[in-house]
Design a protein around this ligand. Structure first.
Ligand code: ADP
Ligand code: MG
Length: 583
């Protein structure tokens, strides 16, 4: 184990105690009490056996025999009841912990900046929320209680063993100590393996999510075999990982069997000899072997519990990694709560880079007055989406500033800004569910009338009227059951219903048929009314009507003005326009 992992493991232990165990101390403590009761009850059997052999049988004491049997039955009943209660209390609380933790991690992930998502696979995040968190339950589940209970029992049994025969006890302790050392070493090896497993799981899930999401592209390029191979490789890595941890865990179990078997054989020898010498009674011998069994059982069980706890810490490590990633709103400078946004936006000498030394935007300055339309035009990769991302507060400028109604956007709370922002993107803008749900998504409590108005304004009725279930038609994941134009009209209806003050449109490049094109034009016009709009325009009709056109090239504004002016000046815009370049 290298230094770094050791450090994390220590940090997690105290953190795990503080954040996971301490808040649940009521349950954990109850669990411990129950397990102590159960373990003590289990000690009744060896004690009774000793009395049976050494006293009851030789004296023919039937009255005592009755009490002994009653004691044993009572102990067994206590054991069953406590173990039932233990599972009910601890396992249920462990599941409750997972539910809470999953929600917490999901909520945290949603608050991470867009750039985090750009760099992380969706499936990987899914795996963090669902799989990594799962392991943590072992910290609260019965495992920990059993471990503590096991240690307690072992100590009590050790004490009882010593009272019976210090010599035999000493003989037993040697293999037990060796076993302890072996398992400590083995667990040190397992933990990084578990952490690695979390990583592989995340990668495989990540790829799988992409594969299934992109099934059309995969089939279209006949690339199924490739994906099957990549997945098989991932699954194989998982298999090898599990295999390598199995080596350590089975090493622990077998060394336990071996060493403890040797101990038992020795005990038979020493004990037998001592009985012959008259130094030990039969009952003592029997009690010794039974207590020994009780001492050893939890130690052997440790291998199981140990790997559960190791898994828990590995899961916790990975969960904490996410929880320690700063969320967007952590910025303490965001103190201004915008009340009535007018939608006046100024870009002041904005520069931006995704990666250092590679400026994507350079010195971008412009003003968008409330209710105006700003069209961003330029070849692919020139920086249009980046500008709109900055306007949407998804990205923050490296240099320069954005002002909204005169306030530096960096000081404005994200909630107050984004609640007045609307975004209509080119793709992946619909969710699984009905058309109605998709339109209502930004304002689930909007009235039926508002919904109908929005749907009508976006000409969604034009196609839903002919659907058997109308607005309640299921559209499939990401709207796959609809045409591109239909999807876009739903997205526009949604934005109309949301009624933002600032609107960002990344228009579709897909070839829409002329009919839906004209509906989209009409609905866009309805949508843009009274809103400060940024439009990444692929349609000339939208650009023509814009209040200002910014021509972007390699991250700079190279031309600006209205359509007619720019055509007249015969510059870059004129060139793009006349050559019908893909803009
Ligand atoms: P446009 O929308 O005009 O096609 P973009 O704003 O998307 O252009 O991209 C501008 C430049 O920034 C391109 O060179 C692109 O490769 C780069 N870029 C875009 N998004 C990212 C990202 N998430 N990480 C790194 N580079 C990016
Ligand atoms: Mg773009």
């Amino acid at each position: 184990m290298n230094k770094k992992t050791e450090k994390t493991s220590k940090a997690s232990l105290s953190k795990a105690f503080k954040t996971i165990i301490w808040p649940r101390r009521k349950y954990v403590l109850t669990g411990l009490i129950l397990i102590v009761i159960s373990r003590f009850a289990s000690l009744v059997l060896p004690g009774s056996s000793k009395i049976l052999i050494d006293e009851v049988v030789p004296n023919g004491d039937l009255e005592m025999l009755k009490w002994l049997i009653l004691a044993v039955v009572g102990a067994i009943v206590v054991q069953s009841v406590t173990s039932f209660a233990l599972t009910q209390i601890l396992s249920v609380e462990a599941q409750n912990l997972i539910a809470q933790l999953r929600s917490k991690v999901q909520a945290h992930i949603l608050k991470l900046p867009i750039r985090y998502f750009d760099n992380t696979k969706t499936g990987e995040l899914v795996s963090r929320i669902m799989t990594d968190v799962e392991g943590v339950r072992n910290l609260v589940g019965t495992g920990l209680a059993q471990m503590v209970g096991g240690i307690l029992t072992a100590i009590v049994c050790l004490f009882l063993l010593i009272t019976i025969s210090p010599l035999m006890t000493l003989y037993v302790l040697v293999p037990v100590a060796i076993f302890g050392l072996i398992s400590l070493k083995a667990f040190g090896k397992i933990r990084p393996i578990f952490r690695e497993r979390g990583k592989i799981n995340a990668e495989v899930t990540g790829r799988l999510t992409e594969t299934l999401g992109g099934i059309r592209v995969i089939k279209g390029f006949n690339a199924e075999l490739q994906e099957i191979r990549i997945f098989a490789e991932g699954v194989d890595r998982l298999f090898k990982n599990v295999k390598s941890s199995l080596i350590s865990t089975s090493l622990i179990t077998s060394s336990a069997t071996l060493l403890l078997g040797l101990a038992s054989a020795g005990i038979m020898g020493i004990g037998g000899y001592m009985i012959m010498q008259g130094d030990l009674t039969f009952g003592d011998f029997l009690a010794f072997t039974l207590y020994l069994g009780f001492m050893i059982a939890p130690i052997v069980q440790m291998s199981n519990i140990g790997s559960q706890l190791t898994e828990a810490f590995a899961g916790l490590d990975r969960t904490e990694e996410i929880m320690n990633t700063a969320v967007e709103s952590d910025d303490t400078e965001r103190t201004i709560q915008l009340k009535n946004i007018q939608g006046h936006i100024v870009f002041d000498k904005v520069s931006f880079a995704y990666e250092s030394n590679k400026d994507v935007l350079k010195n971008i300055s412009f003003e968008a007055i409330p209710g105006s339309v700003t069209a961003l035009v330029g070849t692919s990769g020139s920086g249009k989406t980046t500008i709109s991302g900055i306007a949407a507060s998804f990205l923050t400028p490296d240099e320069g500033a954005i002002y909204i109604d005169g306030h530096d956007l960096r000081n404005v709370t994200l909630d107050s800004y984004r609640s007045r922002l609307g975004v209509v993107l080119q793709d992946e803008f619909l969710f699984e569910g009905t058309i109605r749900e998709n339109v209502l998504f930004p304002r689930p409590n909007a009235s039926e009338e508002e919904l109908q108005n929005a749907v009508a304004a976006a000409y969604v009725h034009q196609f839903t009227d002919s659907f058997e279930h109308g607005l309640d038609t299921q559209i499939g994941e990401r709207g796959v059951k609809l045409s591109g134009g239909q999807q876009q009209r739903i997205a526009i209806a949604r934005a109309i219903l949301a009624d933002p003050k600032i609107l960002i449109l990344d228009e579709a490049t897909s070839n829409l048929d002329t009919e839906s094109e004209s509906y989209i034009q009409a609905s866009l016009k309805e949508l843009m009314k009274g809103k400060t709009t940024f439009v990444i325009a692929h349609r000339l009709s939208t650009i023509r009507q814009a209040d200002q056109i910014l021509v972007i090239e390699a991250g700079e504004i190279v031309e600006r003005g209205k359509h007619d002016e720019l055509i007249q000046s015969e510059g870059r815009y004129h060139q793009l326009y006349t050559y019908q370049a893909r803009i």
